[in-house]
Design a protein around this ligand. Structure first.
Ligand code: BF8
Length: 654
């Protein structure tokens, strides 16, 4: 576990933690100090999968274990530390895959219903992407309407969830060599739900007891997330709500407004937020807000729903995961509207200390103390208006105990895979060629995907920002999603001017193309966009013939969610070297940890790693990128470019 120096590097967060303390309100920051993590659970050495336990099989501390002691370190059923650590790890992957899969399933259902004209207010926004997907999936276009085509696409992809045999449809997008490897290893996912169900079965008491076999199914399950549930959600959301393109907005608690009805939309699935965005512009509702003494309605996002509506509507972000309670602590939030995932139960208690209405909208997430206003997609706009009306009605209840921090930063978001393609190559020759060329000539050293959560066990945002600054300084282009992107947004790294933090090579490319050195690619579900970007780099040529050949790496520096483990595993199984910070959940078994950190590289070409120090993380990424550059024979090109830069600087001095 990382050493925590302070609670946050973000001034708005620090100010609101102080206000919470003054107001006598409990937040995640205080609770994390009171509740230390269980050391046995943290290392994956606790098994509660049957009622003879929970059994604890921790590594002995402060002494070297003999072989005999290790043999006896087992649970009541005889399960070894290896089996227990691998089972726990697989269950995390299954939970993460289930979360993204269930998101994807709901999106698919709504996509089909919208195409059938059964949902008021939703219609196909990206025709080009719809038609491209139809061609890819072999759906007839002819003179059929967009809606007819969309119904077929939706129903085809819907089969991926329940398929019993065969292969997920999007697996064919991966580089051919990768597909062959997956088939050879037998890790090709058949159906998304099937792999999750099998993971739960395999980890039941007395089932799969071979840690390598459990982790093989971990790879299969995670691939069903990255190339299945997550990718389906991203693709269909883009077609239905619009494929993101660069959008300017702002981030941090300073986006809340003192004289408007503040409504925060928090969670992960975009359709409630989409409808609130439409409803918030309704002149009648704006008039209604004015009738209550407010100047208007101010919608702001939190967590991944925030990323979704930021990218498509430019709606500002109030904060990332660890700021959710603090938004309410401002005293200026009339309603926090939540859907699914990453919603702290502590919100209800905090909301109870102020006037904020906590509104749950999804049948799968109900919270004691919150008001449940279930979002009905068949009357979506009416549902959206009803929720906003409740928030407006609450405006007169706002008390005097209001303090909105001044901090807010500009950012540009919405670099979808398609946008990067277009920005780099131009409309008529859209391609990743310029990116590949700049990697080959050494201006860009490589690419890192920095993703994932905040974790109250480490200094909020610090690991993200320190790591990313170090990477771009060393000419590594950074792709971001989730709360990681928000951390860097608050630190001013998501604007073209941030090129000043970048090395000369990366800065020159950013200036030429007009992009920031850190690209916001969306919500966590959109990590599938990073898979597509990596695949596009392979297909464009010059950087090997598989994702594992690319000078790229993935990092989740402040992870906390099971979804992050599923994401990490699909990156690794797709050939990406992936580092996690904060804590590592299999340290109770050396064999399992060695398998993940070493042996997986021989099997998948990608492997896991763990490092808590952001500068050491950056070094691991850079060393890995340099190793891949050397293997590709492009390490010399980079040296030459750097040498020329030095020479030029020297010349400038003359
Ligand atoms: O899916 S990064 S804390 S908000 S889990 Fe959650 Fe982690 Fe944030 Fe989004 Ni992703």
């Amino acid at each position: 576990m990382a050493e925590k120096k302070e609670q946050s590097i973000d001034q708005a967060t620090i100010e609101m933690i102080e206000k919470a303390t003054q107001d006598g309100v409990s937040t995640v920051f205080g609770r994390a100090e009171k509740m230390r993590p269980c050391p046995i659970g943290a290392e994956g050495s606790c098994c509660s999968n049957c009622a003879m336990g929970p059994c604890r099989v921790p590594l002995p501390r402060g002494k070297v274990e003999t072989a005999e002691e290790k043999r006896k370190r087992v649970g009541v059923c005889g399960a070894t530390a290896e089996t227990i650590a691998a089972r726990n790890f697989l269950r995390k992957i299954a939970a993460g895959t289930a979360s993204h899969g269930d998101h994807g399933r709901e999106v698919t259902k709504i996509f089909i219903e919208a195409a059938k004209g059964e949902i008021e207010g939703f219609e196909i926004k990206d025709e080009q992407k719809l038609l491209q997907l139809a061609l890819e999936l072999g759906v007839e276009i002819g003179d059929r309407s967009n809606n007819e085509i969309a119904v077929d696409i939706g129903e085809l992809l819907q089969e991926d969830f329940g398929r019993q045999e065969g292969e997920l449809l999007f697996l064919k997008r991966a580089p051919l060599k990768r597909q062959e490897l997956w088939r050879k290893l037998g890790v090709v996912p058949r159906g998304i739900d099937r792999e999750v169900a099998e993971a739960m079965h395999r980890t039941h008491m007395g089932c799969d007891q071979d840690y390598e076999d459990l982790l093989l199914h971990g790879a299969r399950t995670a691939l069903a997330d990255g190339w299945g549930g997550s990718m389906i959600a991203t693709e269909l959301q883009d077609i239905l709500f619009g494929t993101p393109s660069p959008t300017a907005s702002q981030i941090n608690l300073g986006v809340l407004k003192a004289d408007e009805v503040n409504v925060i939309i928090h969670g992960h699935e975009p359709y409630v937020a989409e409808m609130l965005a439409v409803a918030a512009e309704d002149p009648e509702l704006i008039e209604y807000a004015k009738s209550k003494g407010a100047k208007g309605i101010n919608l702001a996002g939190m967590c991944c729903t925030a990323n979704e509506i930021l990218m498509r509507h430019g709606i500002p972000i109030a904060g990332n995961f660890l700021q959710q309670e603090l938004a309410i602590v401002t005293g200026a939030v009339e309603a926090m509207v939540v859907d699914v995932q990453c919603i702290m139960q502590g919100l209800a208690e905090v909301a109870g200390c102020y006037h904020t209405k906590l509104i749950t909208t999804d049948k799968r997430t109900k919270i004691e103390g919150a008001t449940h206003m279930e979002f009905n997609e068949h009357t979506a706009l009416a549902s959206g208006k009803e929720i906003l009306r409740a928030a407006i009605d609450n405006y007169p209840n706002r008390g005097d105990n209001v303090r909105i921090p001044g901090e807010k930063a500009d950012l540009i978001a919405g670099f979808s895979h398609e946008t990067i393609n277009y920005l780099l190559g131009g409309l008529f020759r859209a391609s990743y060629r310029p990116l590949n060329d700049n990697i080959i000539n050494g201006r860009i050293r490589g690419v890192a995907g920095v993703v994932g959560c905040n974790n109250a066990r480490v200094t909020h945002d610090d690991i993200h920002v320190t790591l990313v600054k170090e990477l771009i300084k060393n000419d590594v282009l950074v792709l971001e999603t989730g709360c990681a992107a928000m951390a860097c947004g608050k630190a001013g790294l998501l604007v073209p001017e941030a090129a000043k933090y970048a090395g000369d090579g990366l800065a020159s490319v950013c200036e030429a193309v007009g992009i920031p050195p850190v690209l916001h690619m969306g919500a966590c579900i959109d990590n599938s966009r990073i898979l597509m970007a990596a695949t596009a780099m392979v297909k464009d040529g010059g950087l090997g013939d598989d994702i594992s050949d690319l000078p790229v790496a993935g990092v989740a520096p402040e992870w906390m969610s099971e979804k992050a483990v599923a994401i990490g595993q699909y990156f690794v199984s797709s050939g990406v070297y992936t580092i996690f910070g904060a804590t590592w959940p299999t340290l109770g078994s050396k064999e399992v940890t060695d398998y993940l950190f070493k042996e997986m590289e021989d099997i998948y070409g990608g492997k896991w790693d763990f490092e808590v120090d952001p500068l050491k993380m950056a070094k691991l990424v850079i060393d890995h990128i340099d190793k891949k550059r050397k293997a590709l024979g492009i390490d010399k090109a980079r040296e030459r470019v750097l040498y020329d830069m030095e020479m030029r600087r020297e010349l400038d001095k003359v």
